[in-house]
Ligand binder design. Structure first.
Ligand code: IPE
Ligand code: IPE
Ligand code: MG
Ligand code: MG
Ligand code: MG
Length: 293
């Protein structure tokens, strides 16, 4: 079964890659900037966030074209966050998505600008979504909130500030919820906004997103300790080298795995509301819990 979902995700990611390639081919910009953006954007990430948006939208029988466009916006923001996260001033990494980091090929200035450009491009995409203006405004609100000081950027700030001291579990949870959880929330609730939905469904899926985002980042922390560089496409052991506060550093590997399982179970429980319609989403939770990459 795990194989099936891996195949399904690969297939969906490949189709989404084609779409991103088309978008980049048409986007007019300085040639070197395009090269820099493409280097990281088109390097084949898992595309988990846009796939989530589309699976949620599919489950709610919403507008899949809109979900795909919004998914591109989300992947732009996510990719910008990765390019900046790897900079020497931040995590100072060398590998990303199986390639040398952006700044090592294009220089730090261009890497900063590639991230900046991706962020603007994200909001330009939302403007083009085929939905009423009011819904597009709600999507802007959702994504800006998730990306900005109250979301991913805020989490990255807390992560940076926590580097040379020990944080407790409560603080670590807040960091993870912001730096990673918020973009998962924007992925899931973005799919909801592209669909007709009830207040109850919104609440349930908001709760689902909290637990899925937490599962994802605990597993990311675990893989930095026990993962395979080849499969991950990024160096391992970097968190320990930088004395980052992570789940394994705070709780040890075994307890971290237990916490990931617990969060994944909560995510699956939330989906219970949707019965058989949530089948693929439940498999996606399993994948995120057990992934090796
Ligand atoms: C990595 O995200 C950054 C985190 C939030 C942990 P992914 O593991 O989704 O990276 P890609 O998109 O597949 O490269
Ligand atoms: C990154 O967390 C979260 C972002 C917002 C990019 P990490 O720093 O753990 O991500 P990786 O391990 O470098 O992908
Ligand atoms: Mg980081
Ligand atoms: Mg990092
Ligand atoms: Mg990490």
């Amino acid at each position: 079964l795990q194989d099936d979902i891996e195949q399904e995700l690969k297939y969906r990611a490949a189709r989404f890659d084609d779409y991103l390639e088309e978008l980049m081919a048409q986007w007019e910009m300085h040639a070197r900037l395009k090269e820099s953006i493409s280097h990281t954007l088109l390097a084949g990430g898992k595309r988990i966030r846009p796939i989530l948006t589309m699976l949620i939208c599919d489950m709610l029988e919403g507008n899949l074209g809109a979900a795909r466009t919004y998914g591109a916006a989300l992947e732009f923001i996510h990719t910008y966050s990765l390019i900046h996260d790897d900079l020497p001033a931040m995590d100072d990494d060398e590998m990303r998505r199986g390639k040398k980091c952006n700044h090592l090929i294009f220089g730090e200035g261009m890497a900063v600008l590639a991230g900046d450009a991706l962020q603007s491009m994200a909001f330009e995409m939302i403007g083009e979504i085929d939905l009423p203006a009011e819904t597009r405004m709600e999507l802007v609100d959702l994504l800006a909130g998730a990306a900005g000081p109250g979301g991913m950027v805020g989490g990255q700030v807390m992560d940076l500030e926590a580097e040379d001291r020990k944080v407790d579990l409560e603080e670590l949870k807040r960091i993870h919820a912001a730096k990673t959880g918020q973009l998962f929330r924007a992925a899931i609730l973005g799919g909801v906004l592209c669909s007709e939905h009830s207040r109850e469904e919104w609440k349930i899926l908001d709760d689902f997103s909290r637990n899925l985002g937490l599962t994802f980042q605990i597993v990311d922390d675990i893989l930095d300790v026990v993962g395979d560089e080849e499969k991950l496409g990024k160096e391992v052991g970097q968190d320990e080298a930088r004395e980052k506060s992570t789940y394994p550093s705070l709780l040890g590997l075994e307890e971290s795995r237990r916490r990931a399982e617990e969060a994944a179970s909560r995510a699956r429980e939330a989906l219970g509301h949707f019965g058989d319609r949530a089948r693929t989403l439940i498999e996606l939770v399993d994948f995120i819990e057990r992934r090796q990459h």
